[in-house]
Design a protein around this ligand. Structure first.
Ligand code: ADP
Ligand code: ASP
Ligand code: MG
Length: 407
């Protein structure tokens, strides 16, 4: 019999009926003779509500206390689900991140898993118990609770599947798989039966929140058999794997959108060697990730450098750069978060010239202006005004999936 890790997201455990529904899925799997480790998210909007509560008390509360607070959401859903399973007459135990052995680094709010000590889980599985583990959290070397970043329960589940050498990791959510675009926003989005780790990683990193990008990275590294499926429909989901079986790859496997970004432009920089190095090493020192970078052609002795970062880093990046304005020698920072990134992803596009042009044509036909462009072998991203983002995803999706279709 197999060892299966199942993860249920916030919507799937939002109220008592849904917890009972999840308990039914879990116990049916258990009844078939499988060993089962279950990872749960906090109920519904609990994490957002906790963040709002903290804001009412102290908007500048320390990250340590934030993690102490946010980790409680998952504890509630796990205890309630364990009680639902007890009521159905099955052996069960719920464990917090630290009881389950999750050791992380000390980056509160964005902690990375260093190791998972599985003794306790294995001992409970030996007793034939269903083991329920809080997602999204662990402890650091000081014994403090840490959280993995928003959406991090997917990564907790994949980490457990990896260390336990599970036969399968099922991510149950509120849609029945990975689609060619967010099915809640894009008309005509289609469910994919399979997607490669690499394509899924790109989609997740570029804004498709259906899987936490670090969970996909980890699944690829440890070759975890991953499936995304609905906790409501019981239909087969999407398999995420090394090689998808489609014989001829479609040009594009999905379209993603990210509205949580900001663009900074450093205007009037000296046009000399070392300028880019100084800017980006300053940001890197403060752990600020930079995405698309564009440098203008020099005008006389000056040039401009524009780049995008996560919206959450915008204020800090401006503050840090203003502090070193004289050393960097720029005139001023132009900053906006009124933008969004729209991307197409597909392993097939590298062998198909003209894919980017098709994307740009569809945006042009819709009268949407592009501010920045970035390409790689498996993706093309454009920056557009935030108000154009939804329409941009729709027209780009129509262009690739209505006329060409997936194979
Ligand atoms: P959970 O709470 O189960 O972790 P999330 O809200 O994090 O669920 O992720 C599921 C949501 O991801 C869906 O409701 C859907 O709106 C969104 N989503 C974005 N892009 C995609 C995509 N390409 N395929 C499927 N869902 C997507
Ligand atoms: N509860 C956390 C969040 O809302 C973690 C998760 O759901 O994956 O981000
Ligand atoms: Mg999620």
């Amino acid at each position: 019999m197999a060892l299966i890790v199942q993860k249920f997201g916030g919507t799937s455990v939002a109220d008592a009926d849904r917890i009972r529904n999840v308990a039914r899925i879990i116990t049916e799997t258990y009844r078939r003779g499988h060993s089962l480790v279950v990872v749960l998210s906090a109920q519904g909007d609990t994490t957002d509500d906790l963040i709002a509560k903290a804001g009412e008390i102290n908007p500048r509360g320390s990250q340590r206390e934030m993690d102490m607070l946010l980790s409680t959401g998952e504890q509630i859903s796990c205890a309630l689900c364990a009680m639902a399973i007890e009521a159905m007459g099955y052996p069960v135990v719920s464990l917090t991140g630290w009881q389950a052995g999750f050791k992380t680094n000390s980056s509160y709010g964005a902690a990375r898993i260093k190791s998972v000590r599985t003794e306790r889980i294995l001992a409970e599985l030996d007793k034939r118990k269903i083991v329920i583990v809080t997602g999204f959290q662990g402890i650091n070397k000081y014994g403090d609770i840490t959280t993995l970043g928003r959406g991090g329960s997917d990564t907790s589940a994949v980490a457990l599947a990896a260390v336990l050498h599970a036969d399968l990791c099922q991510i149950y959510t509120d849609v029945d798989g990975v689609y060619t675009a967010d099915p809640r926003c894009v008309k005509g989005a289609r469910k994919l039966d399979e997607i490669t780790y690499d394509e899924m990683l790109e989609l997740a990193t570029l804004g498709a929140q259906v899987l936490h990008n670090r969970s996909v990275e980890m699944a690829k590294r440890y070759n975890v058999d991953l499936e995304v499926l609905s906790s409501f429909t019981g239909r087969p989901g999407t398999k995420v794997k090394e090689v998808a079986k489609t014989m001829e790859k479609p040009y594009v496997s999905g379209v993603a959108k990210d509205k949580n970004i900001a663009r900074l432009a450093l205007v009037g920089l000296p046009d000399q060697p070392g300028t880019a190095f100084r800017i980006f090493s300053t940001l890197a020192k403060h752990r600020i990730n930079v995405d698309i970078i564009i440098q203008s052609i020099g005008r006389g002795s000056t040039k401009d450098i524009s780049f995008t970062i996560a919206r959450d880093d915008m204020e800090e990046a401006c503050r840090i750069l203003e502090e070193v304005r004289d050393a960097l020698g720029f005139d001023h920072i132009d900053v906006t978060d009124d933008i969004a990134k729209v991307s197409i992803v597909g392993a097939g596009m590298v062998h198909n010239p003209g894919v980017a042009a098709l994307m740009f044509e569809s945006l042009y036909n819709a009268g949407i202006n592009i501010h920045m462009i970035s390409t790689s072998e498996v993706k093309v991203s454009v920056l557009v005004d935030k108000c154009d983002a939804d329409n941009a995803v729709q027209v780009v999706h129509d262009r690739f999936f209505e006329e060409y279709g997936t194979l």
